[in-house]
Design a protein around this ligand. Structure first.
Ligand code: 4AD
Length: 477
């Protein structure tokens, strides 16, 4: 009885313990260390308690034996409790493995915040087999898991690597607004809000703002949230996503595609050269190999032919855009025709068959936004098809991860573009001014950060690649 109620006191006669993060423990082998964190794993064997402690910088095995294993707190310790551990760090005994190659022999410890046991215990809240909606509601707890947290770590490393790559290419980072009064990618996907009595939107893309930065700062980029009120319940659509966008002055279409390829490949190389990032990629996506350069380029009209040659069809739609169904209620599948949008399913199949990154380029103007530069007509092409200098970068397993284009540089063409799309030019005065005061050939692109991460970390859906993903109906937690 008495032996179970041991009261621990920190032994002041021992050398004082140095407070460190798990990451920095190595230099303290043979010395006393003080580590604070959460109980990630917990196991007891006879009178010994093994804890794997997590502090965000790594994992540490700790061993509690003797008095430290016999306190009331020790007997009631639960997973996910926060604790302070003090002890001597020793190299893991021969034949045993532990994170970092060492373990902490604890002589003093205490619980800082006890997590519940019983029905409310962490392990009773969810497991890998829980319903997706439960996992979504408990995202704040799911994040504590090894894979979920590794994806976020990789995201951080990826954004740092992008920033370093952009800096090497002399692009400056800017911070455009989220609340805007203009659309970029079509009115259908705008989230509207009341802004002090005025209509405003959540931004769909910072592109127009980046364009205004060119004459002020030169080439620029931003990492900003974009919002799309798309009723798409797919593996790759979010209602809010992190948008990495860049804009470059005095370039042509070829320069643009070369630049996108360079930035992505140099960023991937940086990640693979970084020990921590490379380990995360290896953990999440063991078979990852950096893509070969140059990326394949496929013109839209050739892609349509390719889809038809490979028997990849799409659902037939009536004039109102409703799917035409046969007598059994199955959608009628038809060949692709020039002018059709290449839908997600067909695009995915194509990318997976090709198996490498592909630049799909030169889309018809009627499928694209008002600001896109028209491509020069091929001599003798004769027909009415107007193409744009636009490109999407498709990655195996995910599909489109980048959308970009050259922009209209001529003011009259831009004004005609507003008209064609039924856009009131008044709120765009600042954008139109760019074409008035020293216009230039320019282009840019937007990378879907969650999609790129889904490719890099081999995740099934972008929902796993967002800290707190938003999709139709979901804005919690
Ligand atoms: O192709 P998008 O719509 O292009 C633009 O917004 C341009 N104005 C960007 C630019 O040129 N500055 O979007 C660009 C990328 C897509 O390729 C995709 O990766 C991602 O943004 N994206 C989404 N990601 C997650 N959920 C959604 N609903 C997305 N919509 C676009």
């Amino acid at each position: 009885e008495g032996s179970k109620k041991v009261q621990l006191v920190e032994d002041a006669s021992l050398p004082s313990a140095i407070r460190v993060k798990i990451l920095n423990l190595k230099s303290l082998r043979g010395k006393r260390a003080r580590v604070l964190g959460w109980v990630h794993r917990l196991r007891s064997q006879k009178d010994i308690i093994f804890i794997v402690l997590r502090d965000g910088t790594g994992y540490l095995q700790a061993v509690l034996s003797g008095a430290p294993a016999r306190t009331y707190e020790a007997l009631t310790l639960t997973l996910e409790s926060s604790v302070e551990l003090v002890g001597t760090l020793q190299t893991t005994p021969e034949g045993k493995a532990a994170p970092g190659g060492h373990e902490l022999l604890v002589d003093f410890w205490r619980t800082l915040g006890a997590a519940p046991s019983g029905d409310d215990a962490f392990t009773n809240r969810f497991n890998e087999k829980s319903e997706p909606s439960i996992l979504a509601d408990l995202r704040h707890l799911v994040l504590r898991g090894e894979n979920a947290s590794s994806v976020l770590r990789l995201c951080s490393a990826m954004l740092s690597a992008f920033r370093a790559t952009y800096s090497e290419h002399h692009l400056i980072e800017v911070n455009p607004p989220c609340v805007v009064q203009t659309q970029v990618e079509g009115g259908a996907t705008l989230f509207k809000l009341d802004y002090y009595g005025q209509p405003a939107f959540l931004t769909q893309s910072s592109q127009l703002y980046l364009e205004t930065c060119l004459p002020a700062l030169g080439d620029v980029y931003c990492v900003q949230e974009s919002f799309r009120a798309e009723n798409s319940h797919t593996r790759r659509h979010l209602s809010e996503y992190t948008h990495l966008e860049a804009e470059l002055a005095f370039i042509n279409f070829d320069d643009l595609m070369n630049h996108i390829e360079t930035i992505i490949c140099e960023t991937v190389d940086k990640l693979l050269q970084n020990e921590t990032a490379a380990a995360l990629i290896k953990q999440l996506n063991p078979s990852f190999t950096p893509p070969a350069r140059p990326f394949k380029r496929l013109a839209y009209v050739d892609a349509i032919a390719w889809l038809n040659e490979h028997g990849i069809k799409h659902e037939a739609e009536d004039a109102e855009g409703n799917v035409i169904k046969d007598a059994d209620g199955k959608p009628t599948m038809v060949d692709h025709a020039i002018g059709d949008d290449i839908a997600e399913a067909a695009e995915r199949k194509m990318t997976d068959i090709i198996g490498t990154p592909v630049f799909l380029h030169s889309f018809p103007a009627e499928l694209k936004a008002f600001y896109m530069k028209k491509a020069a007509k091929a001599p003798g092409s004769g027909d009415n098809l107007v193409l744009t200098e636009s490109c999407d970068l498709l990655m195996p397993g995910v599909g489109e991860i980048v959308g970009g284009s050259m922009r209209i540089s001529d003011i009259d063409e831009l004004l005609a573009g507003y008209k064609r799309e039924g856009i009131d030019p008044a709120p765009y005065y600042w954008f139109t001014d760019q074409r008035k005061y020293g216009t230039c050939e320019h282009g840019g692109y937007g990378i879907g950060v969650e999609r790129l991460l889904a490719w890099l970390a081999n995740r099934y859906t972008v929902r796993e690649c967002s800290l707190y993903p938003r999709w139709p109906g979901r804005a919690t937690p």
